[in-house]
Design a binder for this molecule. Structure first.
Ligand SMILES: NC(=O)c1ccc[n+]([C@@H]2O[C@H](COP(=O)([O-])OP(=O)(O)OC[C@H]3O[C@@H](n4cnc5c(N)ncnc54)[C@H](O)[C@@H]3O)[C@@H](O)[C@H]2O)c1
Length: 370
């Protein structure tokens, strides 16, 4: 078993990583929150795969255990689903000392976490992430929330879990596309903070995408969670250094938005966004040609294709980030794998020029199909 402690004073918590741990979750939760009511929140797919088993396990030692389901997918991360969850929690008379367990991917963690943060002004919250993306990223750090019609993740809060329990065995049922999605976030950690991790991924990408080496995948999850924990400890509310976790997200979020969240998973859009960001870094002379070629080649191995996107729509979608930061757009760019910097975009002309050049050059290189 591997353990990381996220040190945030009174809000500190552990991340536990162990293959097969899902079979013994009741033991852990009994120590933290004995006998209180529990609501497991899970999507329609994960509840069938693991929810019923978890419910039965928890029922061994406590009376009130509820399994609340919502339809799987990003489109459920909204006000309507949140309201339905509140209604269930109220009807089940869940008290202040009760616990919400988010069992699922990033959508479940964000939605259930926001319900936990706001129901009765906040009840206990536990993360049991089941996608690779959620295990290496979204379950750690306390960002919870929902989407708004005008943009992603615009409504939310910082609400830390009491514990994060990670069982890499559950990745065996994850569809291949979701593995790619999560591996994109893993590459992100290598690029922003750990060159050796990036090289390890490059060397083992095929095996990693097959999820056939539990030791390697557990080790990689551990390394990513450790990086995230260190960043969150320094800057819980994302005032400075935590922003580097958004590497690839300016373009990625815009791509998700202009394609109506229907074409790309979040992680796929972030992979495309990282390619755009490394191109930008190279264009601005921050990343040398050799490093650019090496990094772009690895990102290209994920085979994410960007269709006929309209540059103006992408630029306008990126301006949501801009409005939020005093009408200036800051990008997270790279000096090399493991070394980031904050870059202030000169003006819209520059953004448009580089973005159009990327689209054209990527199309020519045939890494991205148009
Ligand atoms: N809070 C944060 O810090 C943070 C960070 C990154 C991303 N996010 C958010 O995370 C979301 C994306 O998360 P995601 O990619 O995990 O998507 P997701 O939660 O929709 O899961 C992807 C799909 O995999 C299925 N699934 C989950 N676990 C499974 C398993 N073990 N076996 C089989 N199927 C399984 C789900 O039912 C779903 O269909 C986005 O909304 C994004 O904004 C949040």
């Amino acid at each position: 078993m591997k353990k990381i402690v996220v040190r945030l004073g009174k809000k500190s918590y552990s991340i536990i990583i162990k293959p097969g741990i899902l079979n013994n979750v009741s033991e852990i939760i009994d120590k933290l929150h004995p006998s209180v009511p529990v609501a497991i929140i899970s999507d329609s797919i994960v509840s069938g795969l693991y929810g019923k088993k978890l419910k039965a396990d928890l029922q061994k030692t406590r009376k009130d255990v509820h399994l609340l389901k919502f339809p799987s997918g990003e489109s459920s991360k909204n006000h309507e689903q949140l309201k339905l969850l509140y209604t269930e929690l109220i009807k089940k008379k869940m008290p202040r000392n009760s616990v919400i367990i988010a069992l699922g991917g990033g959508v479940t963690g964000d939605l259930a976490g926001f319900a936990a943060a706001t129901y009765l002004r906040g009840i206990n919250f536990i993360q049991i992430p089941t996608t690779l993306l959620a295990q290496v990223d979204s379950s750690v750090g306390g960002k919870v929330g929902i989407n708004h019609e005008l943009g992603k993740n615009l409504i939310g809060s910082f609400y830390q879990p009491k514990i994060v329990i990670i069982d890499p065995h559950v990745l065996s049922t994850l569809p291949a596309r979701e593995v790619v999605t999560g591996m994109g976030e893993v590459v992100k950690y290598g690029l922003i903070a750990d060159k050796n991790l990036f090289l390890l991924i490059d060397k083992n990408l095929d095996s990693l995408l097959e999820i056939n080496n539990q030791k390697l995948i557990s080790d990689i999850i551990y390394r990513c969670c450790r990086i995230k924990a260190q960043i969150v400890e320094k800057d819980e509310k994302e005032n400075n250094i935590r922003k580097i976790l958004n590497f690839g997200h300016t373009f990625g979020h815009a791509l998700e938005q202009v394609t109506d969240y229907k074409v790309y998973t979040h992680g796929e859009a972030v992979i495309a966004g990282m390619r755009w960001a490394v191109f930008y870094s190279h264009e601005k002379g921050l990343l040398n040609s050799q490093h650019y070629a090496e990094i772009d080649k690895v990102l290209g191995r994920f085979g994410i294709k960007v269709g006929n996107i309209n540059t103006d729509s992408i630029l306008s979608a990126m301006s949501v980030d801009k409005k939020i930061s005093d009408n200036q757009l800051f990008l997270i760019l790279l000096k090399n794998a493991g070394k980031t910097l904050f870059y202030k975009v000169k003006d819209n002309k520059e953004l448009k020029f580089v973005t159009e050049r990327w689209i054209n050059s990527a199309a020519k290189k045939n890494h991205i199909n148009y």
